[in-house]
Ligand binder design. Structure first.
Ligand code: CDT
Length: 303
């Protein structure tokens, strides 16, 4: 068996005026807790360094860029990398990335994977950007991811680390079966995903009471149908008046939730994940080589 103790480090709300330094200090504290429990990998939420800023319409690019990181690590995020080295723990971190490519500024909703030596060993830029791109004043709050980010250009890659094959995704990606399948087809055994999910969904408020159900439904189905561990981690609680879903969880390849956060605050949950348990599913009920019929799935890639 290939066992590793994984921590899902849920964060409570981050206020608009909270500094990066303060958010990072909260995360370093969770890394210390994870170390005390023997964890070798900690998963943080999406956009973990700031408040969930796409809830506001902003016109001034400087105001928008203030939520983005131009270097990673930078002076304020350096303590996370130092803690990784000191404690011998890797981490997944979601943040807003401002990259300069061919002298052009590019804005992405990004996650990185950092190993126990504090080196960045993987990067993923969010593919499925939800929400809208124009100001919609009828909403009680905006969801302007389509305005502030461009769709990720990394594809769904994998990283060999922590004794297995690791994959990353971000928030809305978890609702799309293609995310899990793209990763599973490349052998991913553990998928890490951070999220910020408002409980109120303005276009269809009748579904608000289903947010928790849909959150687990898609991740449990993705884990089972692809025989992989899924670690889903929230930024939770009432953030600037907006209720964000908690329920961070670790899901086994059987689709069972084996650990779940019970608060809306900073909270660490841990579980010893045996990566070999992916075989229970992948060598049997969802043995891709034996049972998939890709020749009949053309519509999925040729719309
Ligand atoms: N951050 C993110 O992707 N949130 C979406 C909100 C729902 S759509 C506006 C999610 O899928 O959880």
């Amino acid at each position: 068996s290939r066992k590793l103790i994984v921590g899902a480090a849920q964060l409570g709300p981050i206020a608009r005026n909270e500094t990066r330094a303060r958010a990072v200090a909260r995360m370093v504290e969770l890394m210390h807790q994870a170390h005390a429990r023997g964890a070798s990998l900690v998963v943080f939420p999406e956009l973990a360094l700031t408040t969930f800023f796409p809830r506001w319409y902003m016109e001034d690019q400087a105001d928008i860029d203030a939520f983005f990181e131009q270097e990673m690590p930078g002076p304020e995020t350096q303590p996370l990398f130092e803690a990784a080295r000191e404690l011998g723990i890797g981490f997944y971190l979601g943040y807003a990335e401002l990259a300069l490519e061919a002298k052009t500024p590019r804005h992405f909703n990004t996650s990185i994977l950092v190993d126990a030596s504090g080196s960045i060993i993987g990067k993923y830029r969010k593919v499925h950007l939800p929400g809208h791109s124009e100001h919609e004043p009828w909403r009680p709050f905006q969801h302007l991811e389509k305005r502030y980010f461009e769709p990720g250009n990394t594809g769904f890659g994998t990283t060999q680390a922590f004794g297995g094959t690791m994959g990353m995704a971000l928030c809305n990606d978890r609702r799309w079966p293609e995310t899990y399948r793209m990763l599973a087809l490349q052998g991913v055994e553990l998928m890490m995903l951070g999220y910020n999910t408002p409980i109120h969904y303005p276009p269809v408020p009748a579904h608000d009471h289903l947010q928790g159900f849909h959150n687990h439904l898609c991740m449990q189905a993705g884990a089972y149908q692809n025989g992989m561990w899924v670690v889903g981690v929230a930024k939770a609680g009432k953030e600037e008046g907006c209720d964000l879903l908690g329920q961070s969880c670790i899901i086994a390849p059987t689709g069972e939730i084996v650990a779940m956060a019970s608060s809306q605050e900073d909270e660490l949950i841990t579980y010893e994940c045996d990566l070999d348990r992916t075989c229970e599913i992948r060598e049997h009920i969802f043995n891709f080589d034996l049972h998939r019929r890709p020749e009949t799935y053309g519509l999925i890639t040729d719309p």
